[in-house]
Write a protein that binds this ligand. Structure first.
Ligand code: NAP
Length: 290
């Protein structure tokens, strides 16, 4: 972001709500570090309005869109082309707007794997992984762990039919399982909103056993436990996992790396991941953004 002008290139994030999104901060810190005359902003787009938003973005010469809830599935049906991963997931979190049309990709799962490798020094190849949840985030993570060579991707979900369908994304290494298997896994990921601060996303937040994604007594030293939630920075469940001796990480790494991959798709540049990390360092320590 260098001295914005009429010549600046615009990208943005579409979602509702969107004011809380850290994506513009991440993108703009990268543009500043790279010395690019680009800017990223948030566009509040109501549910059901994604088609109009895409048409408008093209007309305005916007170069790319990050896509967040509730639009990921809709945008997958609206873009002109999808990457194989976006096709497989039926969900898009990144749109590249080219003169010839729109291309939809999904960087959520690869973002988590990049964060595991870089931030947690954990390579999923050959490892046993358990994912709690079967929504959009879980599906992206399940597919990415399998693509990264995980030996097992066990899925635990409230609704078993959704869980089975999510597990199928991992192919032969994926299966529906039970929470009791967590102790045998190298990596345990919470991909449900349980534990999230209610002020960020109203939902099933909570701090006690009733709202733990999985009983922490099943976790132990030697395991990596990741919560995709990052507000609060350490959910009560993650704290309980840490008390059990597990190594813990929140969802900020995935957030940073999925944004870094989007940046590369739009600009062709290597992302300045350290600068992006610095931009969100400490996020969540205070009240959530309005
Ligand atoms: P989603 O599509 O709404 O899926 C929610 C999942 O959580 C479903 O599997 C659902 O189970 C389960 N769930 C919801 N409430 C539950 C409860 N009370 N008890 C048990 N299970 C429950 O949500 P999403 O978009 O996948 O997001 C999931 C979380 O990941 C959110 O906290 C989101 O903020 C976070 N996320 C983080 C990043 C990042 O970059 N760090 C990126 C994307 C998402 P059923 O299938 O039975 O309904």
């Amino acid at each position: 972001m260098v001295g914005l002008s009429a010549a600046s290139t615009v990208v943005g994030v579409i979602g509702d709500p969107v004011a809380h999104s850290l994506s513009p901060l991440l993108h703009n810190s990268a543009f500043a570090e790279l010395g690019l005359d680009w800017v990223s902003v948030g566009f509040r787009v109501a549910d059901g309005q994604a088609a109009q938003a895409l048409v408008g973005a093209r007309a305005l010469g916007i170069r790319g869109l990050s896509v967040t809830m509730p639009h990921k599935d809709a945008v997958a049906t609206l873009v002109d082309r999808r990457t194989p991963l976006a096709e497989r997931l039926g969900a898009v979190n990144c749109v590249v707007i080219e003169p010839g049309g729109t291309v939809g990709d999904n960087t959520d799962g690869p973002g988590l794997v990049a964060a595991l490798r870089r931030g947690d020094r954990f390579d999923p190849a050959g490892r046993r992984c358990l994912v709690i949840g079967a929504g959009g985030a879980a599906r992206a993570v399940i597919a990415a762990l399998a693509d990264a060579g995980a030996a097992d991707v066990v899925v635990v979900n409230r609704s078993s039919d959704r869980g089975a369908s999510a597990a199928a994304l991992a192919g032969p290494v994926g299966r529906l399982g039970s929470a009791a298997e967590a102790g045998e896994c190298d990596l345990v990921v919470n991909a449900t909103p349980l534990g999230m601060d209610d002020r960020v996303r109203p939902g099933p937040a909570g701090s006690g056993p009733d709202t733990w994604p999985l009983d922490p007594s099943l976790l132990a030293k030697g395991q990596l436990v990741v919560d995709l939630v990052y507000h609060p920075p350490l959910t009560p469940w993650l704290l309980a996992a840490r008390d059990r001796g597990a190594t813990v990480s929140n969802g900020l790494g995935m957030l940073v790396h999925q944004a870094a991959l989007q940046l590369t798709s739009w600009t062709g540049c290597d992302p300045p991941v350290d600068a992006m990390w610095r931009a969100v360092n400490g996020y969540g320590a205070d009240d959530p953004p309005a």
